[in-house]
Design a protein around this ligand. Sequence first.
Ligand SMILES: Nc1nc2c(c(=O)[nH]1)N[C@H]1C(S)=C(S)[C@@H](COP(=O)(O)O)O[C@H]1N2
Ligand SMILES: [Mo]
Length: 257
Amino acid sequence: MNSRFRPRKRPDPAVLDNHRPLLRSLERRGLIRGGLSLGALTMLTGCDVTRPASVEAALLAISRLNDGAQAWLFDPNKLAPTYPASMVLKPPKFNAYYDVTDVKPVNGTDWRLDLSGLIADKRPWTLPQINALPQRTEIIKHICVEGWDYIGQWTGVPLRTFLERVGADLHAKYVAFKTADDYPSSIDMATALHPQTLLATRYADDTLADPFGYPLRLRMSTKLGYKNPKWITAIEVTNTYPGGYWEKLGFPWFAGV
Ligand SMILES: Nc1nc2c(c(=O)[nH]1)N[C@H]1C(S)=C(S)[C@@H](COP(=O)(O)O)O[C@H]1N2
Ligand SMILES: [Mo]
């Protein structure tokens, strides 16, 4: 991990022990994998682990994800609920595995979207080319495992439209993403083809602001916040399991698989 993203305070190892029972229950229910280190707990919760109450709140939020009420989050065949424009939060809430002050803005003029893997036409895309593709707008809820959510309005080309346009193998298993901040992520093809899955370039009718993934980020309605990479720089279509940033630390890649 890049050193500039290390937690600022030195955590007390006892924090991990305090949370063993809750961690074990999350493991049993398949929400995380075993053997979390203190570093992984920090990453998992996105919390300042010197504040045990915040860790507890985050783990409880992860725990509630399995309660069924949000089952649609992991169902790539269902349309997620949508909301009226009056409910859209402006500006949206920020999250990343580092502080908002550490966001390195991407230069949209130099930016290119690189393509690789099972794609017929692998020529890179510029921003104007992407903006010229058919657009769709979704007002959907963003749910972060840290226990907060908001309603956001996202506009962009449906990922399905893009994949069709570049001649991707739509029978491949995975679509993987690389980002400017080294946050690899990947999704299953069914989710990639879901009508509410967008390569978003706009929020609430404006160009994406830097902290929210300018110039291009993924916005899905059927996945949790951490599965929506911001500042995308490359897309790969593959049959080889690509994993992702949080997944390597123990998060479920896709609940139910
Ligand atoms: N590139 C990148 N994408 C990312 C993250 C990140 O750290 N880097 N964090 C994820 C998490 S945990 C959440 S909740 C959402 C936050 O998106 P927002 O800032 O637009 O609300 O982005 C996701 N995508
Ligand atoms: Mo998140």
